[in-house]
Design a protein around this ligand. Sequence first.
Ligand SMILES: C[S@@+](CC[C@H](N)C(=O)[O-])C[C@H]1O[C@@H](n2cnc3c(N)ncnc32)[C@H](O)[C@@H]1O
Length: 395
Amino acid sequence: MDLDQLAALHTPAGRTALAAATGLAGGDPLTAAAALRAGGTPPELAAAALTQAELRRRATGKFGPAAARMFFTRAGLEQATRQVVAQRRAARLHAAGVRALADLGCGIGADALAAARAGIRVRAVDADPLTAAMAAANAAALGLGELLTVDCADATTVDLTGVDAVFCDPARRSGGRRIFDPAAYSPPWDFVVGLAGRVGRTVVKVAPGIDHALVPAGAEAEWVSVDGDLVEAALWCGDLAQETHRATVIDRGGAVHQLTGSGTVAAPVGAVGRFLYDPDPAVVRSHLVAEFAATVGGNLADPDIAYVYADAATPTPYARCIEITDVLPFSLKRLRTLLRERRVGRVEILKRGSALDPERLRRDLRLAGSEPASLVLTRVAGAPTVVVGTPVTAG
Ligand SMILES: C[S@@+](CC[C@H](N)C(=O)[O-])C[C@H]1O[C@@H](n2cnc3c(N)ncnc32)[C@H](O)[C@@H]1O
């Protein structure tokens, strides 16, 4: 996709081709291309329409029905914030009184669009001309052009006068590969963390694996998961910071649950109880396991391992719960015998603090029965242990 193709998709012929391609997306691409060409669409326009229709189809998971009107590059879609996360961030900015925001490196515009939808005026820039054009096309397609302007510019040259907050989600991919070292982010990390010194109210989206030592002093670090997947961390600077650490857990139904704390409290250590809780990755990454353990009256069984044990099954959005049937020191032979006795044929394997390869273990167990079980490979007071149980379903 290039700028000419994007422009072609906005012509009457392009709109017709895109509408026809939408009905064909998800099927065999060669058949779809042949069908469009047979209907009189020139090959290049057919290819652009089919690419766009396919990206819209894939984008539905992130953007819901709005995806059907939006424009994407492949990389732009991959890097885009999910709508549910962007919307929540925008609502928090709006609630904090932000009314004029700069989005430095806006991509196809997921965050900027959500901010505009929340009633915030947004000046967005992206250094890549096609990506910036897509963000502008998305603002127009969603009727947000009044509040959201997009320019193609280098973020480091943008004049920030007149904005009352800045958002920056630096590119963490290069040549299709993920970048783990913030020093290699674009715009560069020094520029990104320096924004808080220029415009106090700054929010920076970073990879959820960020080293806690890189969180600027005084900032709030928030880890966000959606339906159990850890999707991002955000650093809230200036007076936008409300807590030190926050875990935001967005469940399958879109409900938001939050735990906050200093991230420095150690959870109590004690015995294995009747139930094992496997905390959500946002809770673990935000170092809020102690705060979570307090909500279920639980404790760790090893000071370094984030499984929480308790004698009651308390419904919680912050963890999966497993009812424990057996706890054994790890031995393949003993585990195999136990699972045979129980006629277990299907296992899910969780692990923390174990070097065992779950897939290899699954093969080595040579399961023959039909019953399900959960196996948790872990350590209890330092000793390699396997906890066997069954998931407690909510309700
Ligand atoms: C992670 S993406 C942003 C995604 C966006 N928040 C969204 O949800 O759609 C980062 C973007 O920053 C842009 N970028 C990288 N370096 C830049 C720079 N120096 N100035 C402006 N944009 C830049 C890239 O082109 C890319 O589109």
